[in-house]
Design a protein around this ligand. Structure first.
Ligand code: UDP
Ligand code: GLC
Length: 389
């Protein structure tokens, strides 16, 4: 089977990293077509996954503007459609990995007659999308997608709520390769030394791009509410960069950290590629998104690393963690609840270690990459069979 994958981003966000894992086994039988150039293209090239960039400039369409108008008026839509149509001749199926790729992919499928699959990685609700974009997304998915692959029950439910057809929408969780998350203890110790982390310190890691809805500010706020004696043991690692240009938020975070007198306890590490080592160097990973997270790769990655994880109780995160069994959930945007939870966990060393161990075990069974690939291959096979019959 030959697959033409479409993705709107040149940056390595969670949707793109998940796509790499899916595309890898297809080798030369697939092509990843990006709507813009960027570091994600280099990551694909390094992994020897065929890639091409369809536009030589970034797309200027935000989630809130009407895609139709934005894509159409700039001429991007015509350019993207022309290129995708030509490319699609060499592939059996068109696979959209993001919401704007859905628009281009569905129209290409309509013009070319090729089967179309949409990987739904967003919560299609008014919180994230304008009414017109929601309508476009659902109409195109209903009209053209032989299957919609939802990355969680939460994304599937929002899709159906917005008018999406339930019978074609299948939940497939993101998968991970366990071997990639086995960090060598020597390397982890070296990393802790390089980051000047002493064994007595309690290291809390936050692994997300710096963006208001990822809620780094909630974690900082929570730390300020912890008793000063306990707080003096804590170090925070903020891992990630402002991938989509949220520079004001980065400034705001620095000001918040300085105003709280936490300048020597919070390290901004920027975008990193050694996530498994960094997560293994942490005593706790905190996910504090303020909006429902569609899935939340970082939550499962922490589980694979055997690091205890707390996540915001909303969206897909609720499906990933069984509270007190494989991790902990905390109400979104509630810094006080988060501070109390962190303080409690810091005092329960043994129970916390047991939960992390259990989470590692469960993650292998629930989120193994092999299983994810198999499920998606099955869905693609069905699509092709249905098209032929
Ligand atoms: N990540 C990374 N380097 C960083 C910060 C994050 O490689 O500095 C990775 C992280 O390990 C995860 C992905 O980026 O695999 C983020 O995915 P997630 O689903 O958690 O959130 P998204 O950014 O897609 O909303
Ligand atoms: C999107 C979502 C994120 C999810 C990722 C992979 O980027 O925001 O929650 O983990 O896709 O499916």
């Amino acid at each position: 089977m030959r697959i033409l994958f479409l993705d709107q981003s040149g940056k390595p966000g969670g949707a793109e990293l998940s796509l790499m894992d899916l595309a890898k086994p297809y080798g030369d039988r697939c092509l990843v077509a990006l709507f813009e150039d960027g570091p994600f293209r280099q990551r694909l090239e390094q992994a020897e996954i065929p890639v091409t960039c369809l536009l030589d400039h970034g797309m200027k369409v935000s989630k809130d503007s009407a895609w139709w108008q934005g894509l159409g008026s700039s001429g991007d839509l015509i350019a993207l459609l022309g290129k995708c149509l030509r490319l699609s001749r060499d592939y059996d199926v068109i696979y959209a990995n993001t919401s704007k790729a859905l628009v281009v992919g569905a129209l290409t499928s309509w013009l070319s007659g090729k089967p179309f699959v949409y990987h739904l990685r967003d919560i299609l609700s008014r919180e994230h999308f304008s009414q017109s974009n929601l309508r476009i997304a659902v109409t195109l998915a209903n009209a053209r997608a032989c299957a919609v692959i939802a990355n969680s029950k939460a994304t599937r439910e929002a899709f159906i709520q917005a008018g999406g057809k339930s019978e074609r929408c299948h939940v497939v969780y993101n998968g991970f390769d366990p071997a990639q998350y086995q960090a060598e203890p020597g390397k982890v110790e070296e990393l802790r030394r390089n980051l000047s982390l002493s064994p007595e310190q309690f290291v809390i890691g936050h692994f997300s791009r710096l963006s208001p809805w990822k809620g780094q500010h909630v974690l900082i706020d929570a730390i300020t509410q912890i008793s000063s004696e306990t707080r003096s043991r804590i170090v925070i690692l903020l891992v990630g960069s402002a991938l989509f240009g949220e520079d004001d938020y980065v400034q705001q975070l620095h000001s918040q950290v300085n105003a709280a007198g936490l300048g020597d306890r919070v390290q901004f590490l920027g975008f990193r590629s050694d996530i498994p080592q960094l997560m293994s160097a942490c005593n706790l990973v905190v996910h504090s998104s303020t909006s429902p997270e569609p899935f939340g790769r970082v939550i499962v990655e922490a589980m694979f690393c055997g690091t205890p994880v707390v996540a915001s109780q909303a969206g897909g995160a609720v499906e990933l963690i069984e509270p007190e069994v494989t991790g902990w959930l905390s109400p979104p945007e509630d810094a006080t609840a988060l501070s109390q939870l962190i303080e409690r966990l810091m005092g329960q060393f043994q129970q916390v270690a047991q939960v992390a161990e259990q989470a590692e075990h469960v993650s292998h069974a629930r989120f193994h990459l092999g299983q994810t690939r198999k499920l998606i291959q099955g869905i693609l096979n069905n699509c092709l069979e249905t098209e032929v019959s």
